[in-house]
Design a protein around this ligand. Structure first.
Ligand SMILES: [Zn+2]
Ligand SMILES: [Zn+2]
Ligand SMILES: [Zn+2]
Length: 158
């Protein structure tokens, strides 16, 4: 029996110190709002909207202005440290760029599954070769119905 090694390499979890070191190497001063943004994004382990991040940070540092938090989030995104994705109809979600991945979002229960970018590779290749179009597979989620909801729907219609 031939067991094929999985091609999916396990992503290394980012650390606060690692991300802050990266910021310093980009010539960015590590201020309280920036440090707390990075910490919230790491601790979230999931997706956070700008408003959720702002609330978390204000709870930790009440003297940091909301506008300062939003401005710093924009700046971290411009630097390529943070990126956002649209998972559904609501506000965009943020995560650290080093954990970039694709998203499958269920339009029935709202659950989002993170998937490796390679999943979209055949689509990306064909869009490029046949239409000259470059797909960005992680800016928007792929929307559909998750296995559990599909199963429930099938049971209902029986
Ligand atoms: Zn966008
Ligand atoms: Zn994500
Ligand atoms: Zn679902």
């Amino acid at each position: 029996v031939v067991v094929h090694a999985t091609r999916r390499s396990k992503p290394v979890a980012p650390t606060e110190e690692g991300v802050l070191a990266n910021l310093r190497s980009l010539g960015v001063r590590v201020t309280t709002p920036r440090r707390l943004l990075v910490r919230s994004l790491i601790e979230a382990g999931a997706h956070r909207t700008a408003d959720e991040l702002a609330l978390e940070i204000q709870a930790l540092a009440p003297d940091v202005h909301l506008s300062t938090i939003y401005r710093n989030l924009d700046e971290l995104e411009r630097l390529g440290v943070v990126e956002h994705a649209h998972l559904g109809h609501g506000a965009a979600s943020y995560h650290l760029s080093e954990v970039a991945h694709g998203h499958l979002t269920c339009e029935s229960c709202g659950k989002t599954v993170e998937v490796p970018e390679e999943l979209f590779a055949p689509l990306v290749r064909r869009a490029k070769s046949e239409y000259g179009f470059t797909i960005d597979p992680h800016h928007f989620a792929m929307v559909g119905v998750c296995g559990r909801c599909a199963h429930r729907r099938a049971e209902k219609s029986e």
